[in-house]
Write a protein that binds this ligand. Structure first.
Ligand code: ADP
Ligand code: MG
Length: 735
């Protein structure tokens, strides 16, 4: 395997006589040894070959390694979601260090999630020279608990303007530490939060943790009304389905647009797309499967419970999904998954594309955020359950989600907004930018009956299912499906399908947790009032659900979300259609958002403003990079190719074709000029970030599109050996 791959690298791959010099060098640079570390199958019936969690400082490892009372106190603290007793830290640090050294770690890092959306790490050696020619491993509670990376280079938005830039990282003991392996060493990663010295969250983890606390408090309060005295904490859960592309890395390195922007800025529609439906759930190509298997094995070592894999709709598009975990750990694991997918792909000479829309005209990639709430006693609050009492409780929590999503549709939309997402949401691709909920026919019927008063005080027996049931049975797992809905009930969870493939899960889940916490409290207030006034729960709840559903049912939609009809219907209903990022982001700092987040202590006004600013800045910057890359490729690669082609035609004395190509060239040249003009810094508004973002949306994006349209026409006529970019028909179909 190694030999043949190496041989391929030496002969086939380097034979690029026609390729421009720079591209040749790119391709050379891309030629890694395909070490395929996982090749060769271990015997999985031997216990030692099971790698799951092997590199995780898990509760099981902690039990083995920590003094009994330390372990017990740590677990108690974590289970209750309480602040950590710092006296525990030294003992934990010692055990963690010994474990990590045994596994070959030489360095440790506080692993955190700044507002860039990716993860950050700064490695520190365990060893410090003692001056006597020896070295000691140095890592105590102090190093475990807190680090001080220089925060000044991370995006902090408004917070940087008013406060000093210093920040610190703080150990998150609720997400287990893990070891990242490298062929030449290993690194202990300690999941941490990242905050300013003034206590503001500079990352995505802190607000997520705060939102989980908020939801737990509200849900526990509601559960008490339903007579549940046992549950102490409610965890939100997340199981993300991640879509991605795998392409041969040669094409990746031959395309400056993929390298710098993650998507192709040019490329004519290939003769074959996914029309034959021959890719979805198709048999997975051997090289791809090999890559997936190794990725999954690496993820298993890190305790990421990968469950499913399959081909997606578009050619060379795939999906990976884990078993769900609590939102914090699930979201950390998602970041790791994205990172490892990209790393392992290179071992197979593949490039993993996580961009939301790597190829125009081809399905983009999203992330389905399966979300639910579960008690520490093991009950899923969005599971209809079997007894009438469980059903009442289920309907209560379900109504809260409906109410929350309707009230805060704009905020949910804002939480998933990015330059990459604008090619999916709001463009002609699912899911649309309009947020709506799919309940499924059965559950919609149940809420319909409640709304019509067919159940209520007068018929408590029937509501409880004791007499003749008026209610149809509640949907059990796997109710009917609607693939086009951005927010669908899928049997025992809601699936927020509008996330972008490259996105961190943290913000959308922070929003989801917080808005649902608020709705639970609003409904619980009413229920508590009625119960205190002497009504029993069964009689008190239906009118509350009825009011809530009637007020919020405009958000329910079971039809085709892609259709034009729905856009018109949604407008009639008064639902928001926030097409582009600059339309959505202002809702992050809207009055009701600020009020909601501050009353639940999840994000302060300043923290929200800083996020708003950071996200707008990212939008502008990303588009700027795209537009400059597009202009540069157009002028320095495509235009010369087209001009050479015209010369060839002229030499061949083909006046008709010369005229045709010259006309296209003229269109292309004009478009390039316009794009270059739009890109000039002096032509862009710099006083106001939102205005700048709107300029990118209204002037730069159309100029890029026009350039692309002209280039794609040229791609179809210019001699193939002159065209400098690999084409969609190659990139998407060679595996
Ligand atoms: P489907 O999308 O067809 O319902 P699955 O049942 O396999 O497929 O679920 C897809 C994803 O939903 C998986 O990642 C799974 O872990 C996750 N999931 C299942 N139950 C829950 C839950 N209670 N909370 C969060 N995610 C869940
Ligand atoms: Mg699903």
């Amino acid at each position: 395997m190694r030999a043949s791959a190496a041989a391929r690298g030496a002969s086939g791959r380097n034979d690029k006589k026609r390729m421009p010099r720079i591209r040749q060098q790119n391709v050379l640079a891309a030629q890694w040894t395909p070490n395929g570390g996982a090749l060769g199958a271990p015997d999985l019936t031997i216990a030692d070959n099971q790698v799951f969690g092997a590199n995780v400082f898990s509760p099981a490892i902690q039990r083995q390694r920590l003094p009994k009372d330390v372990f017990r106190r740590l677990q108690q603290t974590l289970a209750r979601g309480e602040a950590l007793d710092t006296s525990l830290a030294d003992a934990v640090a010692l055990a963690m260090k010994e474990w990590a050294l045994e596994r070959g770690a030489t360095h440790y890092t506080h692993w955190f999630q700044p507002l860039t959306g990716s993860t950050a790490e700064k490695h520190d050696s365990f060893y410090a020279p003692t001056g006597e020619g020896t070295a000691l491993a140095e890592f105590s509670g102090k190093e475990l608990i807190q680090g001080e990376p220089d925060a000044s280079s991370f995006p902090t938005g408004g917070i940087r303007a008013t406060f000093e830039a210093r920040g610190y990282t703080a150990w998150d003991p609720t997400s287990p530490a893990f070891i990242l392996e490298n062929p030449n060493g290993a690194l202990l990663c300690i999941p941490t939060a990242f905050a300013s010295w003034t206590g503001e969250a500079l990352d995505h983890k802190i607000p997520l943790l705060r939102s989980m606390d908020a939801l737990s408090k509200s849900a526990i309060r509601a559960l008490r009304l339903f007579g549940d005295a046992g549950a102490q904490r409610v965890f939100t859960t997340v199981g993300p389905e991640q879509e991605y592309f795998l392409i041969d890395e040669q094409y990746f390195f031959e395309r400056p647009d993929l390298i710098t922007t993650g998507r192709t800025l040019f490329g004519a529609k290939p003769p074959k797309g996914h029309e034959l439906d021959d890719h979805y759930f198709g048999s997975i190509p051997e090289r791809i499967l090999a890559c997936m298997l190794e990725t999954e094995r690496e993820l298993a070592k890190l305790g990421v419970p990968v469950k499913t894999r399959h081909n997606e709709v578009a050619p060379n598009q795939y999906e990976i999904a884990p078993v769900f975990e609590n939102s914090n750990v699930g979201s950390d694991h998602q970041q790791l998954t994205m990172q490892l997918m990209q790393n392992v792909a290179r071992r197979y000479r593949l490039a993993c594309l996580l961009h939301e829309k790597p190829f125009a005209g081809v399905n983009g990639s999203g992330k389905h955020n399966n979300w639910s709430m579960g008690t520490d006693t093991g009950e899923n609050l969005l599971d209809p359950g079997e007894t009438p009492h469980e059903n009442l409780q289920f309907l209560f929590f379900c109504a809260a989600v409906i109410q929350a999503v309707n009230k805060h549709q704009a905020l949910l939309r804002a939480s998933i907004a990015s330059a990459g997402q604008d090619h999916r949401l709001g463009a002609n691709e699912a899911p649309p930018a309009i947020i709506s909920i799919f309940l499924g026919a059965e559950l919609e019927r149940v809420f319909g009956a409640i709304e019509r008063g067919e159940v209520g005080e007068s018929t408590p027996g029937s509501f409880l299912g004791l007499g003749t049931p008026v209610l149809p049975p509640l949907p059990l797992h796997g109710g009917d499906r609607n693939r086009t809905s951005p927010f669908a009930f899928t049997g025992n969870k809601f699936e927020f399908r509008a996330l972008g493939s490259s996105q961190s899960l943290s913000l959308p889940n922070t929003v989801l947790n917080t808005i649902v916490a608020e709705a639970i409290d609003e409904l619980a207030d009413q229920l508590e009032g009625e119960v205190k006034a002497g009504k029993d729960l069964e009689a008190a709840l239906p009118p509350i659900l009825k009011r809530s559903y009637a007020a919020n049912k405009q958000i329910i939609f079971g039809g085709d979300n892609y259709s034009e009809d729905w856009h018109a219907e949604a407008e009639r209903r008064g639902l928001l259609n926030l097409r582009a990022t600059p339309d959505a982001l202002p809702h992050l700092v809207a009055e009701d958002t600020v009020a909601l987040f501050s009353s639940y202590g999840v994000l302060s006004e300043r923290e929200l403003e800083s996020r708003y600013e950071v996200f707008l800045e990212q939008y502008v910057t990303r588009l700027n990079i795209e537009a400059e890359t597009a202009a540069s490729i157009a002028r320095t690669m495509l235009l010369p190719a087209a001009a050479r082609h015209v010369a060839v035609l002229r030499q061949a004395e083909l006046p008709e074709l010369v005229a045709e190509s010259e006309a296209l060239l003229a269109e292309f040249t004009a478009a390039i000029k316009k794009l270059e003009n739009a890109n000039l810094s002096e032509n862009q508004p710099h006083d106001d970030l939102l205005e700048h973002a709107e300029y990118m949306r209204d002037t730069v994006i159309p100029a890029m599109s026009a350039t692309r349209t002209a280039a794609d026409k040229l791609e179809k006529v210019v001699a193939d050996d002159l065209w400098p970019l690999p084409k969609y028909s190659e990139i998407l179909f060679i595996k």
